[in-house]
Write a protein that binds this ligand. Structure first.
Ligand code: MG
Length: 384
């Protein structure tokens, strides 16, 4: 009797047998997989210290000007291996070295004995307090660095992203007088795309100063500076003629209806920044914007940023990976997501004089990932 199920089972067994027998028949020996064994007593240990980034130029956006940025550098040590992290706190986001230090003092990682138990660990960190997104990111980044080192893989590889697909990064031109803007534009010659800060009433003058020097494609970031939707639409048309590729956060984040109207009518994509901090904001705002600028300091780190990237992809939204003024630590962490991004604004370390790490590079304007495990950084400035 010809029983199809038995025949199937017989064939399956034959195939399985062939797979098992094949290496021997071909003279191959199975490669022994090295699994790193950890001491049963190993515990996660978090430490942190404040650090002040010195900026190369006075940095002016629609809301303020500054010459330094406070950060907090973190480390998570586990069985002799160290993961590095960072919180960057530009003053307008409401976190400071004091608030981050206070938050981190409450984080007790000694209750965890498995560094790869990341969902549970980071879920615990997220529930310690409601806000503190940069403080949470500093734990998240250090844990990802550590976990990647334990796995012996860089995060783009763990996520399955192709490192050759990284985009060009933009380089930011802050608001200033025409002469300074022209000077900054000249200094930005290694970069293929410029991101120009607008929204303080001198929008056309800013663009014309940049255009006096270069014809490179531009992004513009208004930082919520425009108040009138018709002005915003007229500017979007004018900016398109000037070779601008998108408009970031044109109006206050609370003006959701006006922004949705602008997005529906604008000839340029409208990208959310201040309006979308975390995944829950992205879910709410997905119809009002064409895309989103995802930053680790806003969304608590790599774990949630990865979820936001996958959500944005599923909803056919444009993805930008951005940063604050940060060392190569946090920017390298963010860069692992850039192979699936449409745009990258990862110029943080280029804006500072006293970086602490070596990590991702900008090569001929393009984001270039390190193939070192974890977030791919090494310390270069141990004495600081
Ligand atoms: Mg922005």
């Amino acid at each position: 009797m010809n029983n199809p199920r038995r025949k199937f089972l017989k064939n399956s067994l034959l195939i399985t047998g062939a797979i098992i027998a094949a290496p021997k028949a071909m003279g191959l020996t199975a490669k022994k997989i090295e699994v790193k064994r950890f001491s049963k007593k190993a515990k996660l240990r978090l430490s942190f210290r404040p650090y002040t980034l010195e900026l190369k130029h006075v940095f002016t956006v629609a809301s303020n000007s500054r010459t330094t940025t406070p950060v907090m550098l973190t480390e998570i040590e586990f069985d002799g291996i160290v993961g590095y992290g960072e919180a960057s706190m530009p003053p307008y986001l409401g976190e400071s070295q004091e608030t981050v230090g206070k938050f981190l003092s409450k984080v007790d990682l000694s209750q965890f004995s498995d560094a790869l138990d990341m969902e549970n660990i980071l879920q615990y960190v997220d529930t310690i307090d409601t806000y503190n997104t940069a403080a949470k990111a500093s734990v998240d980044i250090a844990l990802h660095d550590l976990a990647g080192k334990l796995m012996g893989q860089p995060w783009y590889h763990i996520w399955g992203y192709d490192p050759s697909k990284t985009p060009n990064t933009s380089f930011t031109i802050g608001m200033d007088t025409p002469d300074v803007v022209k000077q900054m534009t000249m200094e930005a010659s290694p970069y293929k795309i410029l991101k120009v800060k607008l929204g303080k009433g001198n929008d056309k003058e800013m663009i014309e100063s940049v255009r006096a020097i270069t014809n490179k494609p531009l992004y513009v970031d208004i930082n919520q500076g425009w108040k009138d939707k018709q002005y915003a639409l007229d500017m979007a048309h004018w900016l398109k003629e000037q070779g601008v590729l998108f408009v970031e956060q044109p109006m206050p984040k609370e003006s959701v209806d006006d922004i949705a109207w602008l997005t529906a009518n604008s000839p340029l994509p409208i990208i959310a920044d201040e309006a979308v901090q975390r995944l829950s904001d992205l879910v709410k705002m997905r119809e009002a914007y064409t895309g989103v600028n995802i930053k680790l300091m806003k969304c608590t780190g790599m774990r949630e940023a990865h979820k936001m990237v996958e959500f944005a992809k599923a909803y056919n939204m444009k993805i930008m990976i951005g940063c604050m003024t940060e060392t190569s630590c946090a920017v390298s962490a963010a860069a692992h997501l850039s192979p699936v991004a449409d745009f990258a604004d990862l110029d943080g370390p280029l804006l500072i004089k006293n970086d602490v790490f070596d990590g991702m590079k900008i090569t001929d304007g393009k984001v270039t990932l390190s193939d070192r495990p974890g977030i791919g950084i090494t310390k270069i400035n141990d004495h600081q």
